[in-house]
Design a protein around this ligand. Structure first.
Ligand code: GLA
Length: 390
């Protein structure tokens, strides 16, 4: 990938430049879905798929970006002296543009422009955080090219703020955190209230994680996602009239059942129930993984999917079909949707020896159920965003 991007960079910007290379990974979430913006726990790990960049400096104040991932709209130029830097309607460029803006807003000096050629190997819009990977890639580029020494967790928070305020998606902090802070062969247990985190070895013995991409376009994902955020906030506000909590994840199951009647809308009640039970499952799952109890871990993955389907309503026919097929296939001990939902990907824990058979059988059942072809990848893990030599 870097070789390809280097060749393009030289064609576009000449060969006299000193080039530096960067990478930021996408992520899967093993369990802990939609808990992040409710102050709960998440348990993601970074993929060895992500977004790469080859970068050189310019003498002027312009950022020139070229992406190999888009056939249209693939070259963008904007000036760092544009005040204020504004979002362009519906374009991938808003991620790097938003990151530049937030560095400047935080009074970091960006004295000259950059030439950046970007390319990635995460499918766009598949729920594997291609956008967070572009944000964290841009953060690490700015941080390293200008020697800014920004603490990594600040860059994570800025990435979330760009999504919330510049892009308009009210997402939590999981994706940016996973893309920046992950370590190879480890999953990351993150408390999204305190931002305390710990690594848990991804010791899967003779199992592998298979990512299944439904290839369902997630057109409504942004608006439906924001609707879930709103539903949870409303449930929380009603609970807060009687109990002193700051977020839904502070409730354990017993407390939730004691107070659920305070939530007047039955749909909002189900949303809150998902958050409370999912947070408990996530903590339990992290413990089970520590104790190498993969069977128990897989069962919690299944329960997570059921709750996302029945309580949180973010799965849909395609994700459910892919997960149902996985549940019925030999060697699979757990399967669930991963990420925001409404399409996108599943993760399944499958015995390595059954992996090919799993891909063939699940792919065939899915095609029959939906008329769509799924793509499958065996997940490999990676360190977080960084400068790389080649
Ligand atoms: C998206 C968001 C995350 C998180 C997940 C659901 O990936 O960006 O913040 O809320 O959905 O768990």
């Amino acid at each position: 990938m870097i070789d390809k991007l280097t060749t393009i960079h030289q064609k576009l910007f000449g060969t006299a430049q000193e080039l530096r290379n960067f990478f930021a990974p996408g992520r899967i979430n093993l369990i802990g879905e939609h808990t992040d913006y409710n102050g709960g726990h998440v348990f993601p790990c970074a993929l060895n798929n992500g977004t790469y960049a080859v970068v050189s400096t310019r003498l002027d104040q312009n950022i020139h970006l070229y992406s190999t991932n888009f056939s249209q709209d693939n070259t963008i130029v904007f000036s760092l002296s544009e005040v204020p830097i504004k979002a362009t309607s519906k374009s991938w460029i808003n991620y790097p543009k938003g990151m530049c803006k937030i560095f400047l807003d935080n009074d970091y000096n960006i004295p000259y422009g950059l030439n950046i050629v970007i390319g990635g190997d995460i499918p766009n819009g598949a729920g594997l955080s291609s956008s967070a990977s572009i944000e964290m890639l841009m953060a690490i580029i700015l941080n390293n090219m200008y020697n800014l020494n920004v603490p990594p967790v600040s860059m994570v928070k800025w990435g979330q703020q760009v999504e919330n305020n510049f892009i308009g998606v009210s997402c939590g902090i999981m994706d940016q955190f996973a893309s920046m802070m992950s370590r190879k062969d480890q999953a990351l247990l993150l408390n999204c209230t305190t931002l305390h985190y710990q690594y848990a070895p991804l010791e899967l013995k003779d199992y592998v994680i298979i990512i299944g991409n439904t290839n369902k376009q997630r057109t409504l994902a942004g608006s439906k996602y924001n609707e879930r955020v709103y539903e949870c906030q409303t449930a929380l506000q009603q609970l807060q009239q009687n109990i002193p909590i700051e977020n839904l994840a502070q409730l354990d199951e017993a407390k939730y059942f004691q107070y659920e009647h305070l939530i007047t809308n039955p749909i909002h009640r189900l949303r809150a129930k998902h958050i409370v039970t999912e947070n408990a499952r996530t903590l339990e799952a992290a413990n089970l993984l520590k104790n190498y109890d993969l069977i128990g871990f897989g069962q919690l993955m299944n329960q997570s999917h059921i709750s996302l389907r029945d309580n949180y309503a973010v799965t849909g026919h395609e994700l459910d079909s892919l997960v149902n097929a996985a549940w019925q296939t030999a060697g699979c001990i757990g399967s669930r949707m991963t990420g925001a939902g409404f399409g996108g990907c599943t993760v399944s824990l499958v015995k390595q020896a059954n992996a090919q058979e799993f891909i063939d059988k699940v792919g065939a059942s899915y095609l029959e159920a939906t008329g769509l072809r799924a793509d499958f990848y065996i997940a490999g893990s990676s360190d977080g965003a960084r400068e790389i030599s080649q």
